[in-house]
Design a binder for this molecule. Structure first.
Ligand code: COA
Length: 179
């Protein structure tokens, strides 16, 4: 996605084109940064055919522990993902409830022109390295069919018990420490 300003100046990506933005970092975020977040958030909601937008600059900067990861190439933002920690109730196969506090994938979008080109994997890997975690430890908020396929393909994660809260927590969250 293109913007009418220098996105590199705003996002300051590293040499791989990855930029990390903390919600608590910018008390007075620039108009440009808010525009990037709002436009990418809207595009993600459209792509997922959601009734409402999950990622807006106003919500992002009012939540204390969320992070946004962007992939930047030339002067374009190719995609983003958002993480945050949540307190969740998880029901296992015996109906027993547990309380867990996983890092969650809250939103994830790669621009339509460049989907299936490996940028999603690049963003996800950058996030895992930055958070020092592994794919089995991430809970996913309402994954789309494309994301279900993405997790199966790249991380061989596919088995989970559907939860009332619509988060997907793979079985390996409990059975394997690190994969
Ligand atoms: N149909 C089915 N699977 C798809 C897909 C599609 N249209 N697009 C991506 N995938 C999955 C497949 O497993 C694919 O592997 P394949 O091409 O060999 O079948 C794999 O993702 C490709 O990996 P990669 O190129 O790294 O992913 P990406 O850059 O396309 O990013 C998404 C993955 C899900 C972020 C991206 O497709 C997207 O933004 N989709 C629309 C929004 C969305 O669904 N977001 C998830 C929110 S929960």
């Amino acid at each position: 996605m293109e913007f009418p300003f220098d996105v590199r100046r705003i996002l300051r990506p590293d040499s791989s084109g990855i930029s990390v933005v903390y919600s608590r970092e910018a008390r007075a975020p620039s108009r440009e940064l808010s525009m990037i977040i709002d436009n990418m958030g809207s595009a993600s909601a459209r792509a997922q055919r959601l009734g409402s937008i999950i990622t807006t600059s106003v919500r992002f900067f009012s939540l204390s522990d969320n992070k946004l990861y962007f992939k930047v190439q030339d002067n374009k933002v190719l995609g983003f993902l958002k993480t945050g920690t949540k307190n969740l109730f998880y029901t296992d196969e015996h109906g027993r409830m547990k309380e867990i506090t996983p890092l969650c994938l809250l939103d994830f979008y790669v621009h339509e022109d460049v989907q299936r080109s490996g940028f999603g994997k690049e963003l996800y890997e950058a996030m895992l390295a930055y958070e020092r975690t592994s794919p089995n430890k991430i809970a996913i908020d309402r994954p789309s069919p494309k994301l279900i396929s993405f997790m199966r393909k790249h991380y061989t994660l596919s088995s989970y018990i559907p939860q009332n809260n619509n988060y997907v927590i793979y079985r390996e969250y409990f059975t394997v420490w690190n994969i």
